[in-house]
Design a protein around this ligand. Sequence first.
Ligand code: GDP
Length: 142
Amino acid sequence: MSEQTGNLTFGIIKPDAVCGGKTGAIIQRVTDGGFKVRGMKLIHMTLQEAEGFYAVHRERPFFPELTTFMSSGPCVVLTLEKDGAVKAWRDLMGATDPAKADEGTIRKEFGGSLGENAVHGSDSEENAAIEISYFFSRLEIV
Ligand code: GDP
């Protein structure tokens, strides 16, 4: 996969959006945005799995709230392909706080709060590769 990681990013449809019945609408936004879905599955993380995924944030005050939320229900994890995928997906997601996100972004439309903001996206190509491999085996990327 390493030869292709420049065009790949990792995304999560978070529990607030999955439980709110927004998965289909968000996947539509993904494909309308020109992304090719290379990997997709429904998971329900344990608290320990969420803590491992967000380990970079472990010193932040919101870490317990974030990891409890991310393990509170099912998520859809995504491997997405597009030229410049990392930036393109973050642009489509919008700002972390839905109240500050631009019109037309996923977080503006579907996010409820700073913590429960509908989607995750990798912030660099390096982290995209790490995050994809945290959730997907090579056989699950098509
Ligand atoms: P992102 O890259 O836009 O997702 O933002 P960050 O990397 O800064 O934060 C990761 C995630 O932590 C965000 O998407 C939010 O779900 C959550 N988060 C960030 N700041 C806060 C906060 O102040 N309170 C809570 N509860 N969650 C937060």
